[in-house]
Unconditional design. Structure first.
Ligand code: ZN
Length: 252
């Protein structure tokens, strides 16, 4: 659980696209997740992935029977290139509107021109979908987490993503901003208050996307429906930060 894989080239992490639940689809690679929501009035894309996996993203969208030209809104969980790298080219192709957390907007301009700057409590609405935005700084100052509902077989499920779990920017000398560790802990505390039935990771290792996709395909049972994984992952993130600090103290 929560284990990573690394590749020499990002495109080696290509994954078969699939429906996660309701109107939510996986269209990313192993290294960086992208999720597509079919709102009935156009598509919302959450994170675009690396610049050099754009062709895989586009192929995945077509493979599922959608068209990238129907993407109306692209929401970015944070500014880093593994989530925003393909955005400029995708906007050039589709004209989609781009969204990012307000505090990440300036530095995101390295990758694309943000249209809408999101703040805590904002709602992004399209068709049948309303996505609530929570500011969860730490990994970057402008990291946002997203929550929305989807329906399947007459049931409503709450879908959630933690927009920036990575501890790489919490290591000494690599901080995105001062007090990021305290910010990260405060974000974890806020995220624990959220009820999440279906946790979608913004990296595959966050929620074991690949293994779950296999189970879903082979058995028809949906392991993405799991109301315990969300808090398990948040606890894992907190412990990883504790371990990081402990290691640093040992080195002094
Ligand atoms: Zn990042």
């Amino acid at each position: 659980m929560f284990e990573r894989k690394s590749f020499q080239h990002h495109y080696e992490g290509a994954m078969e696209p699939f429906k996660i639940i309701g109107n939510v689809y996986y269209v990313g690679c192993f290294s960086a997740s992208s999720h597509l929501i079919d709102t009935g009035d156009g598509l919302i894309l959450i994170d675009t992935g690396y610049a050099d996996t754009l062709h895989l993203l586009i192929n995945s969208i077509y493979q599922l029977g959608f068209s990238p030209y129907d993407i109306k809104k692209i929401i970015h969980t944070h500014k880093h290139g593994d989530h925003t790298g393909a955005t400029a080219a995708l906007v050039h192709l589709t004209g989609a509107e781009t969204y990012i957390g307000e505090k990440d907007a300036e530095s995101a301009k390295e990758y694309f021109e943000p249209d809408v700057l999101l703040k805590d409590g904002d709602v992004v609405q399209l068709g049948n979908t309303e996505i609530r935005v929570l500011e969860t700084p730490g990994h970057t100052i402008g990291t946002i987490s997203l929550f929305f509902e989807t329906a399947e077989k007459g049931k409503i499920y709450r879908v959630g993503t933690f927009g920036g779990a990575g501890a790489n920017t919490l290591a000494k000398g690599r901080f995105d901003y001062p007090d990021c560790r305290e910010g990260y802990r405060a974000s974890l505390a806020r995220l624990r208050e959220e009820t999440v039935d279906v946790f979608i990771g913004n990296h595959v290792w966050n929620n074991d996307t690949e293994a779950k996709a296999k189970i879903l395909k082979e058995t028809g049972e949906n392991p993405f429906i799991d109301d315990e994984l969300w808090c398990m992952f948040l606890n894992f993130c907190e412990k990883r930060l504790d371990d990081l600090i402990e290691k640093e103290e040992e080195q002094i």
